[in-house]
Design a protein around this ligand. Structure first.
Ligand code: ZN
Length: 417
């Protein structure tokens, strides 16, 4: 039951959604952080209702949810959800986006029409070399595009449209959720996992065709406080201990050429000083600790503690205290307990002729947070590239394959029951 006859609506939807400015804000006190996100939310509810998803609604926080009813009634078919986010990054303007279609892409660098200094190069975007002959969508160069993550919304709604108009396709209950404020780290803040009612879910927010992201960092923060002795500088000889100088010596003792964000990639972790506050008496350094393994976080913590103690030993009467706080954990630890979630995504892609690639994210995701809220949720590709920039791009053909993947996931979950 492979859907070969899809009349795709995802591109038209996408071109419409990117025209809504849904930029979220880091500094806002409201939820969602910007009310303009709700304007797109209302439009999505309208479209879902028009499609026949009768329970489509947006809650007070801006979460849009809807149900595609089951076409088969067999016990054991789990309720499966698909999730995308409606906001765009605060880093680049999303106002007045003018999408540009580059048909029959020729494999060369793409210069954006409204600002010729903005060039999407094949060097920086190696995935482009696989897209010759396809249709690439970009912005005109004055704004971001918003493929992150409006492509995911368009693909989910396109798949929903296909499933609802093809009741002969066997699947269980499918749920949809479009969230606000993902880009400001608050996409799951008021996510009602119970109301969503799914056993498993997928965020459709990944980059490369075929990507299935099942790992995120484990993250802690560590605050190290150095205490010195303050006294009037005029009478300080032999008495003052300046904690600013202790902190400086400590920072200087950090490993060079490794274990930092600027010297690591792929599966390597790092320690990252990102805030420094101080005076003579007391200086505080805040660190991010990042690794894919909890044991490595403990090693990082031990290393920083040893370096700090060693420096303090050189300053008589100085002292050091520290505090470690847990931020989030690798989503793999949850997904390992539910291997079917990844297995179904892999099978769905293979059935559609897509080569799946498992990958990791050097950060956290909403799916990782949801996984720890009881909803195992890996991230699969939407096709969006170079996000949070004016050089964002997506291939129409990748979007179609994402729609196929969503439909195939729905079908395979029903087959397995
Ligand atoms: Zn995103």
């Amino acid at each position: 039951m492979i859907p070969s006859d899809i009349t795709y609506t995802c591109v038209d939807r996408f071109l419409k959604y990117v025209r809504y400015d849904t930029q979220s804000s880091e500094t806002s006190e409201t939820y969602p952080s910007t009310l303009k996100q709700l304007v797109l939310g209302e439009e999505l509810v309208k479209e879902l209702l028009a499609m026949g998803l009768k329970d489509a609604e947006m809650d007070e926080f801006g979460y849009v949810m809807a149900t595609i009813p089951a076409t088969v009634d067999r016990p054991g078919i789990p309720v499966v959800g698909f999730i995308a986010h409606m906001d765009t990054s605060p880093e680049v303007s999303g106002e007045n986006v003018k999408p540009v279609l580059h048909e029959n892409y020729n494999g060369k660098d793409i210069t954006l029409p409204a600002d010729p200094t903005i060039v999407i190069t094949v060097d920086d975007n190696p995935d482009l070399s696989g897209k010759i002959g396809e249709t690439i969508i970009t912005s005109d160069g004055t704004t971001l595009l918003g493929a992150d993550n409006k492509s995911g919304i368009a693909e989910i709604l396109d798949a929903a449209q296909h499933l609802i108009t093809h009741p002969e396709i066997p699947h269980g209950v499918i749920r949809i959720c479009i969230t606000p404020d993902e880009e400001v780290g608050a996409g799951t803040k008021y996510f009602d996992v119970k109301k969503f009612g799914c056993q498993y879910a997928y965020t459709i927010d990944g980059e490369h065709l075929g990507s299935i992201e099942n790992e995120t960092f484990c993250a802690d923060s560590m605050t190290i406080t150095f205490k010195g002795v303050n006294i009037h500088p005029g009478f300080a000889k032999g008495k003052m201990v300046n904690s600013i100088k202790i902190a400086a010596a400590f920072i200087d003792s950090l490993p060079k050429g490794r274990l930092s964000p600027e010297t690591t990639a792929n599966m390597e972790g790092y320690v990252h000083p990102y805030v420094l506050n101080g005076g003579i008496e007391e200086t505080t350094v805040k660190f991010l600790l990042r690794s894919f393994e909890v044991t490595e976080l403990r090693d990082q913590e031990a290393l920083l503690r040893e370096l700090a103690e060693k420096v303090v030993a050189d300053f008589p009467k100085a002292s050091m205290t520290y505090k470690v706080e847990e931020s989030y954990r690798n989503m793999r630890f949850v997904l390992d307990e539910h291997p079917a979630v990844l297995e179904v995504a892999r099978l769905a892609m293979e059935r559609m002729g897509i080569t799946p690639h498992f990958g990791s994210i050097r950060g956290g995701t909403d799916g990782a947070r949801l996984s720890y809220m009881g909803l195992p949720c890996p991230n699969i590709f939407a096709g969006e590239h170079s996000f949070h920039s004016k050089r964002e791009w997506i291939s129409v053909q990748d979007m179609h394959k994402a729609v196929q993947t969503i439909i195939a996931i729905a079908i395979i979950w029903a087959e397995r029951a």
